[in-house]
Design a protein around this ligand. Structure first.
Ligand code: GRF
Length: 202
Protein backbone atom coordinates (compact mmCIF):
# COMPACT_ATOMS: atom_id res chain seq x y z
CA UNK A 1 0.00 0.00 0.00
CA UNK A 2 1.39 3.43 -0.97
CA UNK A 3 1.01 5.82 1.97
CA UNK A 4 0.54 9.36 0.63
CA UNK A 5 0.75 12.77 2.29
CA UNK A 6 -0.89 15.54 0.25
CA UNK A 7 0.24 19.15 0.72
CA UNK A 8 -2.30 21.82 -0.24
CA UNK A 9 -2.85 25.57 -0.03
CA UNK A 10 -6.23 26.25 -1.63
CA UNK A 11 -9.48 24.81 -2.90
CA UNK A 12 -8.24 21.23 -3.13
CA UNK A 13 -9.77 20.23 -6.48
CA UNK A 14 -6.65 18.19 -7.27
CA UNK A 15 -6.96 16.52 -3.85
CA UNK A 16 -10.61 15.79 -4.61
CA UNK A 17 -9.62 14.22 -7.93
CA UNK A 18 -7.25 11.89 -6.07
CA UNK A 19 -9.91 11.00 -3.46
CA UNK A 20 -12.48 10.31 -6.20
CA UNK A 21 -10.03 8.19 -8.23
CA UNK A 22 -9.20 6.05 -5.18
CA UNK A 23 -12.94 5.56 -4.53
CA UNK A 24 -13.54 4.72 -8.20
CA UNK A 25 -10.70 2.16 -8.13
CA UNK A 26 -8.69 3.85 -10.88
CA UNK A 27 -5.96 4.55 -8.32
CA UNK A 28 -5.08 1.30 -6.58
CA UNK A 29 -2.95 0.30 -3.59
CA UNK A 30 -2.99 3.86 -2.25
CA UNK A 31 -4.08 5.40 1.03
CA UNK A 32 -4.15 9.11 1.81
CA UNK A 33 -2.57 9.26 5.27
CA UNK A 34 -2.76 13.02 5.82
CA UNK A 35 -3.53 16.34 4.14
CA UNK A 36 -1.36 19.24 5.33
CA UNK A 37 -1.94 22.89 4.46
CA UNK A 38 0.00 26.07 5.15
CA UNK A 39 -3.38 27.85 5.10
CA UNK A 40 -5.86 27.26 7.94
CA UNK A 41 -8.73 28.35 5.73
CA UNK A 42 -7.91 26.09 2.78
CA UNK A 43 -11.08 24.36 1.60
CA UNK A 44 -8.85 21.37 0.82
CA UNK A 45 -8.72 20.70 4.59
CA UNK A 46 -12.52 20.54 4.68
CA UNK A 47 -12.44 18.07 1.76
CA UNK A 48 -10.00 15.87 3.72
CA UNK A 49 -12.15 15.91 6.86
CA UNK A 50 -15.29 15.17 4.85
CA UNK A 51 -13.54 12.04 3.57
CA UNK A 52 -12.19 10.85 6.91
CA UNK A 53 -8.60 11.83 6.13
CA UNK A 54 -6.40 13.39 8.83
CA UNK A 55 -6.03 17.11 8.15
CA UNK A 56 -3.42 19.44 9.64
CA UNK A 57 -2.38 23.05 9.25
CA UNK A 58 1.32 23.89 9.54
CA UNK A 59 1.43 27.60 8.86
CA UNK A 60 4.67 29.60 8.44
CA UNK A 61 3.00 32.44 10.37
CA UNK A 62 2.79 30.28 13.48
CA UNK A 63 6.58 30.05 13.78
CA UNK A 64 9.22 32.62 14.62
CA UNK A 65 11.55 31.66 11.79
CA UNK A 66 11.37 29.87 8.45
CA UNK A 67 13.64 27.18 9.89
CA UNK A 68 11.21 26.51 12.74
CA UNK A 69 8.38 26.21 10.19
CA UNK A 70 10.42 23.75 8.13
CA UNK A 71 11.17 21.71 11.27
CA UNK A 72 7.48 21.61 12.20
CA UNK A 73 6.52 20.50 8.67
CA UNK A 74 9.15 17.74 8.70
CA UNK A 75 7.97 16.56 12.14
CA UNK A 76 4.33 16.47 10.99
CA UNK A 77 5.34 14.37 7.97
CA UNK A 78 7.38 12.04 10.18
CA UNK A 79 4.24 11.31 12.22
CA UNK A 80 2.67 9.72 9.12
CA UNK A 81 5.74 8.10 7.52
CA UNK A 82 4.56 8.72 3.93
CA UNK A 83 6.02 6.78 1.01
CA UNK A 84 5.07 9.67 -1.29
CA UNK A 85 4.45 13.38 -0.79
CA UNK A 86 2.11 14.99 -3.33
CA UNK A 87 2.12 18.79 -3.77
CA UNK A 88 -1.42 19.54 -4.96
CA UNK A 89 -1.60 23.30 -5.30
CA UNK A 90 0.92 23.81 -2.47
CA UNK A 91 2.31 27.32 -2.76
CA UNK A 92 5.16 27.18 -0.23
CA UNK A 93 8.73 26.43 -1.37
CA UNK A 94 9.81 22.95 -0.28
CA UNK A 95 12.97 23.25 1.86
CA UNK A 96 16.12 21.51 0.59
CA UNK A 97 16.27 19.33 3.71
CA UNK A 98 12.82 17.95 2.85
CA UNK A 99 13.85 17.19 -0.74
CA UNK A 100 16.93 15.40 0.62
CA UNK A 101 14.87 13.49 3.23
CA UNK A 102 12.47 12.19 0.56
CA UNK A 103 14.61 11.62 -2.57
CA UNK A 104 12.46 10.73 -5.57
CA UNK A 105 9.38 10.71 -3.32
CA UNK A 106 7.91 14.21 -3.76
CA UNK A 107 5.79 15.02 -6.83
CA UNK A 108 4.09 18.23 -7.95
CA UNK A 109 1.34 19.19 -10.39
CA UNK A 110 2.07 22.28 -12.48
CA UNK A 111 -0.56 23.85 -14.78
CA UNK A 112 1.57 24.12 -17.92
CA UNK A 113 3.65 21.94 -20.24
CA UNK A 114 7.02 22.33 -18.51
CA UNK A 115 9.49 23.87 -19.53
CA UNK A 116 7.01 26.50 -20.68
CA UNK A 117 5.53 28.97 -18.19
CA UNK A 118 7.13 27.58 -15.05
CA UNK A 119 9.62 28.57 -12.38
CA UNK A 120 9.54 31.34 -9.81
CA UNK A 121 6.40 33.48 -10.05
CA UNK A 122 4.51 31.04 -12.30
CA UNK A 123 1.63 29.64 -10.25
CA UNK A 124 -2.17 29.71 -10.39
CA UNK A 125 -3.64 32.23 -12.86
CA UNK A 126 -0.24 33.79 -13.70
CA UNK A 127 0.61 30.63 -15.65
CA UNK A 128 -2.47 30.93 -17.87
CA UNK A 129 -2.11 34.70 -18.27
CA UNK A 130 1.43 34.10 -19.60
CA UNK A 131 0.27 31.33 -21.96
CA UNK A 132 -2.47 33.57 -23.40
CA UNK A 133 -0.07 36.53 -23.64
CA UNK A 134 2.40 34.39 -25.62
CA UNK A 135 -0.39 33.18 -27.87
CA UNK A 136 0.25 29.44 -27.53
CA UNK A 137 -2.38 27.22 -29.18
CA UNK A 138 -1.74 24.31 -26.84
CA UNK A 139 -0.99 24.27 -23.15
CA UNK A 140 -1.63 21.63 -20.48
CA UNK A 141 -0.31 20.26 -17.20
CA UNK A 142 2.75 18.42 -15.93
CA UNK A 143 3.41 16.07 -13.03
CA UNK A 144 7.09 16.09 -12.10
CA UNK A 145 9.41 15.04 -9.33
CA UNK A 146 10.38 17.84 -6.97
CA UNK A 147 14.07 18.69 -6.68
CA UNK A 148 15.71 21.68 -5.03
CA UNK A 149 14.73 23.95 -7.90
CA UNK A 150 11.31 25.37 -8.83
CA UNK A 151 9.42 23.15 -11.32
CA UNK A 152 12.77 21.69 -12.45
CA UNK A 153 12.59 18.02 -11.44
CA UNK A 154 12.23 15.09 -13.89
CA UNK A 155 8.90 14.99 -15.71
CA UNK A 156 6.60 12.04 -14.99
CA UNK A 157 3.43 12.76 -17.03
CA UNK A 158 2.07 15.56 -19.21
CA UNK A 159 -1.28 16.15 -20.87
CA UNK A 160 -2.01 18.75 -23.55
CA UNK A 161 -5.07 21.01 -23.64
CA UNK A 162 -6.26 23.20 -26.55
CA UNK A 163 -6.38 26.95 -26.07
CA UNK A 164 -9.73 28.13 -27.47
CA UNK A 165 -10.63 31.48 -29.10
CA UNK A 166 -11.86 33.96 -26.51
CA UNK A 167 -10.24 32.10 -23.63
CA UNK A 168 -9.75 34.13 -20.48
CA UNK A 169 -7.16 33.03 -17.90
CA UNK A 170 -10.01 31.73 -15.74
CA UNK A 171 -11.61 29.71 -18.55
CA UNK A 172 -8.26 28.26 -19.56
CA UNK A 173 -7.33 27.42 -15.94
CA UNK A 174 -10.60 25.53 -15.51
CA UNK A 175 -10.10 23.56 -18.73
CA UNK A 176 -6.50 22.67 -17.82
CA UNK A 177 -7.65 21.50 -14.39
CA UNK A 178 -10.60 19.45 -15.72
CA UNK A 179 -8.90 17.95 -18.78
CA UNK A 180 -5.34 17.60 -17.55
CA UNK A 181 -4.52 18.14 -13.85
CA UNK A 182 -7.34 16.03 -12.47
CA UNK A 183 -6.40 13.23 -14.90
CA UNK A 184 -2.60 13.02 -14.74
CA UNK A 185 -2.10 13.58 -11.00
CA UNK A 186 -4.18 10.52 -9.98
CA UNK A 187 -2.62 8.62 -12.91
CA UNK A 188 0.90 9.39 -11.66
CA UNK A 189 0.02 8.26 -8.13
CA UNK A 190 -1.48 5.05 -9.52
CA UNK A 191 1.72 4.40 -11.52
CA UNK A 192 3.91 4.90 -8.42
CA UNK A 193 1.61 2.73 -6.28
CA UNK A 194 1.78 -0.08 -8.82
CA UNK A 195 5.58 0.29 -8.99
CA UNK A 196 5.81 -0.01 -5.18
CA UNK A 197 3.52 -3.05 -5.25
CA UNK A 198 5.65 -4.68 -7.95
CA UNK A 199 8.89 -3.90 -6.11
CA UNK A 200 7.44 -5.43 -2.97
CA UNK A 201 6.91 -8.69 -4.83
CA UNK A 202 10.51 -8.91 -6.10
C1 GRF B 1 -4.17 24.61 -9.54
O1 GRF B 1 -4.25 25.55 -10.59
C2 GRF B 1 -2.94 23.77 -9.71
O2 GRF B 1 -2.54 23.64 -11.04
C3 GRF B 1 -1.91 24.55 -9.04
O3 GRF B 1 -2.55 25.08 -7.91
C4 GRF B 1 -3.92 25.31 -8.21
C5 GRF B 1 -4.72 24.82 -7.03
O4 GRF B 1 -5.57 23.85 -7.31
N1 GRF B 1 -0.78 23.71 -8.71
P1 GRF B 1 -6.44 23.06 -6.18
O5 GRF B 1 -6.12 23.62 -4.81
O6 GRF B 1 -6.04 21.63 -6.32
O7 GRF B 1 -7.87 23.29 -6.56
Amino acid sequence: MLRVAVLVSGGGTNLQAIIDAIKAGTVKNTELAVVISNNEGAYALARAKANGIDAACVSPGAYGTREEFHQALMEKLLEYEPDLIVLAGYLVKIPPEMVRAYPGRIINIHPSLIPSFCGVGYYGLQVHEAALARGVKVTGATVHYVDEGTDTGPIILQKAVEVEPGDTPELLQRRVMEQAEWVILPQAIHMLACKKEAMGQL
